[in-house]
Design a protein around this ligand. Structure first.
Ligand code: COA
Length: 174
């Protein structure tokens, strides 16, 4: 098992995140039609929807020394106060299928324990990436909702399907 520790990221970590994003060029291509761009990492750390307080965003990484091996960001209280929205969850290509995605999701879940009123986690699965990501979300306990919206980025056209699961109940943790 890879020896890692979890830590929140800030804008000083963008170089490490850029390296991680560039290890999965197909993922960027499925989303945008292009390989990862030079400011993708900065955007992943800083971007928030216009109607959300930036302090409600958490960017979490699993680190192996100074190397970032997995990254996820979550918007707490988005799109409504009882929901946390997982924006991106990505594992360095060299380390996929080693349980790091699961560990990162668990860390994210733990980070959210104690957020007042939080009931569910939500993710938008874009159809162009679904083949690779759906089995992961199923394994994390998410289920597709009936909610969908069109997706378009440059010439990539698809659908976003929203998947959800309950937030962790700390009283059930034994
Ligand atoms: C999807 C992704 C995050 C999975 O991370 P990972 O570290 O490889 O996943 P884990 O090893 O923790 O796998 C956890 C479970 O998910 C499922 N799973 C993960 N990848 C899978 C795949 N390629 N095919 C089938 N099932 C898969 C399995 O059930 C697995 O459990 P198991 O290993 O006991 O069988 C990673 O492949 C990735 O970064 N992909 C590109 C970005 C992406 O698609 N992110 C998701 C949308 S934001």
């Amino acid at each position: 098992m890879v020896d890692v520790s979890g830590r929140l990221l800030n804008e000083h970590d963008v170089e490490a995140l850029q390296e991680l994003l560039e290890s999965q060029p197909e993922y960027a291509e499925q989303l945008t039609g292009y390989p990862p761009g030079p400011s993708d990492a900065l955007s992943a750390v800083l971007s928030v929807p216009p109607d959300l307080d930036p302090a409600r965003k958490r960017a979490l990484g699993l680190w192996r020394g100074s190397a970032l091996v997995a990254f996820a960001d979550v918007l707490v209280g988005y799109p409504d106060p009882s929901t946390a929205y997982v924006g991106l969850l990505i594992v360095h290509r060299r380390h996929t299928r080693q349980g790091l995605g699961r560990r990162l999701h668990h860390a994210l879940d733990s980070l959210l324990v104690g957020e007042p009123g939080l009931k569910r986690l939500r993710v938008g699965v874009i159809s162009t990436t679904a083949g690779a990501s759906e089995p992961f979300w199923v394994a994390m306990g998410y289920q597709p909702t009936q909610e969908q919206k069109p997706y378009r980025y440059a010439h990539v056209v698809g659908t976003v399907t929203f998947w959800e699961r309950g937030a962790r109940d700390p009283s059930a943790d034994g």
